[in-house]
Design a protein around this ligand. Structure first.
Ligand SMILES: CC(C)(CO)C(=O)C(=O)O
Length: 518
């Protein structure tokens, strides 16, 4: 989340705590995320995840995908502790790489509004993300020929695409087989996902992009990734991860720090369908507010303002997804079976004081995600459609009625989720009244904010609506609950985004009057 904030305003879970956050039966650490914002997490938060040096060996490097304001804040904070972990920033644009190389090679974070409190920190490694191209549903690598180039000699574009997909499938199966053996396919077959280059009669030659920027190809790595933190927004996650998926395997851990729900399911479907080779996941709910003012971003893309101090609630996720009857007892042995990289990454995050990161059980974390989702499902779309700051939704009876209709559906879906059955207090925690209380509290505390969705719409970027209201609609469908109000607001946001894009496309940028007499 990169909501634009004004100054060090409280973040939403501080509000939740003050306004009667529920007791938390699953809090294995005896501390909740809200309280952690006032005090550093106790050492026990980290020691639960301690790894022996022989378990983790030289697999301590943390890669970070997403260099928005939250990504910069997380990377900067991780390097700020004694004996920090090695960190590699994966940059998604060549221009960013150039800016890094020509600049001071530091990330600078300003604390709140005070321009005098800035800390510049270096010691990062950088690499460039390989460009991901998709043609007719086939993902191409940096050296694979275009579907269109092959089309003439080997058939029509969609036929060639089908052949390439079949070969990719075959290659994926070979990879699974080789993973069962001794070799680490992440390092031996970086381009394994693109069999066209192996089988095609066309010699592999770099794509135009890499011919134009030869340095770009050199900055792309194919080495294995052990620990990955993802801070890109939900809609960009699959595309971004597909460029590095071949560098991850069942021993790696990915930590997601994003708004919304449903990303992990999509990842499993599209990138890691095989549970045996699927990486481990950590889910995070981040409530820090950070932003990079556009006028500074042009000058220094590696600068961000830490506008609102919040927390990070974290939990390793069960590989096979949530079981229907999770119970609070999962807290007792939770953590014992985790892979070394999962424990290492949990420990790295929870031992970083600025982040105020705390570990929870999966079921407790899910409930925190759902509370945040409920707040975002009202504030984000309404502010985006109305083009208004968060506070404008308050003291307005018409909008209160809309909010209540949205929350009535959301509450019913959340209370009916199979993964929350058998959990005490679910009905109270997700009652429409309590959700409304949370929404109003956040709107109050963040009244001057421009919500992240409004910022996305204004900038013509894709919004996270599919992972917020879209998630509620999808889960409702599974449960036989029709969420028509959520569906309507979702469609309105999509429509609003289209309108804004069309307006921007049709606008004629003119700096001077071309009709003026000279
Ligand atoms: C809570 C809220 C609405 C604060 O702006 C937010 O999380 C967002 O903008 O995404």
């Amino acid at each position: 989340m990169e909501a634009q904030t004004t100054g060090g305003k409280p973040t939403w879970d501080e509000v939740r705590d003050k306004d009667g956050g529920m007791d938390n039966p699953n809090d294995v650490l005896g501390i909740d995320a809200g309280k952690a914002s006032q005090a550093n997490p106790p050492e026990s938060a980290g020691s639960r995840y301690a790894t022996r040096p022989d378990e983790i060996g030289d697999r301590t490097r943390i890669h970070l995908l997403g260099t928005g304001a939250i990504g910069k804040l997380v990377a900067h904070s991780l390097r700020g502790v004694p004996n920090p972990p090695p960190i590699t920033l994966i940059l998604h644009r060549y221009r960013l790489l150039e800016a890094w190389q020509k600049g001071k090679k530091v990330i600078t974070i300003q604390d709140g509004n005070d321009e005098n409190i800035k800390v510049a920190r270096g010691g990062f490694d950088v690499e460039l993300m390989a460009e991901v191209r998709q043609q007719h549903g086939v993902t191409l690598s940096k050296t694979s020929p275009d579907v269109y180039d092959l089309a003439g000699e080997e058939g029509r574009p969609h036929e060639v695409a089908e052949q390439m997909k079949a070969l990719q499938q075959q290659e994926a199966e070979e990879r699974v087989a080789s993973q069962a053996g001794l070799k680490d396919p992440r390092t031996t077959a970086p381009d394994a996902r693109n069999p066209s280059e192996r089988t095609s009669s066309t010699p592999a030659k770099p794509h135009r992009y890499y011919q134009r920027y030869p340095q770009a190809a050199r900055a792309i790595s194919s080495s294995a990734i052990d620990n990955l933190i993802v801070t890109v927004k939900a809609p960009q996650t699959i595309a971004a991860l597909s460029a590095i998926a071949h560098r991850l395997n069942q021993t790696s851990t990915i930590c997601f720090l994003q708004n919304g729900l449903g990303i992990v399911d999509e990842m499993n479907d599209k990138l890691f369908p095989d549970i045996a080779t699927r990486p481990n996941y950590i889910q995070g709910v981040i409530t820090h507010g950070a932003n990079t003012p556009p006028h500074i971003a042009d000058r220094d893309p590696f600068f961000a303002i830490h506008a609102g101090h919040g927390t990070i609630a974290l939990s390793p996720l069960p590989k096979a997804g949530f079981q229907q009857s999770s119970t609070p007892s999962e807290g007792k042995n939770w953590g014992a079976e985790l892979s070394p990289t999962t424990r290492y990454l949990m420990r790295a995050l929870t031992r970083t004081p600025v982040l105020c990161a705390v570990g929870f059980t999966p079921t407790e974390l899910l409930q925190q995600q759902l509370e945040k989702l409920a707040v975002n499902s009202v504030l984000n779309p309404l502010t985006a459609v109305l083009d208004a700051r968060n506070g404008s939704l308050l003291y307005n009876l018409a909008l209160t009625r809309t909010m209540r209709m949205l929350l009535a559906e959301t509450s019913l879906v959340m209370r009916s989720l199979p993964e929350l059955q058998n959990i005490p207090n679910v009905n109270q925690r997700f009652s429409a009244e309590r959700l409304e209380h949370l929404v109003v509290g956040v709107a109050n505390r963040t009244q001057d904010n421009i919500s992240s969705m409004l910022a996305d719409v204004r900038a013509g970027r894709r919004t996270e609506i599919d992972y917020i209201n879209g998630y509620i609609v999808r889960r409702g469908e599974e449960l036989g609950i029709k969420c028509v109000v959520n569906y309507a607001i979702m469609q309105t946001v999509l429509g609003k985004a289209l309108m804004t894009n069309r307006e921007a496309r049709d606008a004629v940028p003119m700096e001077r009057d071309l009709n003026a007499e000279t």
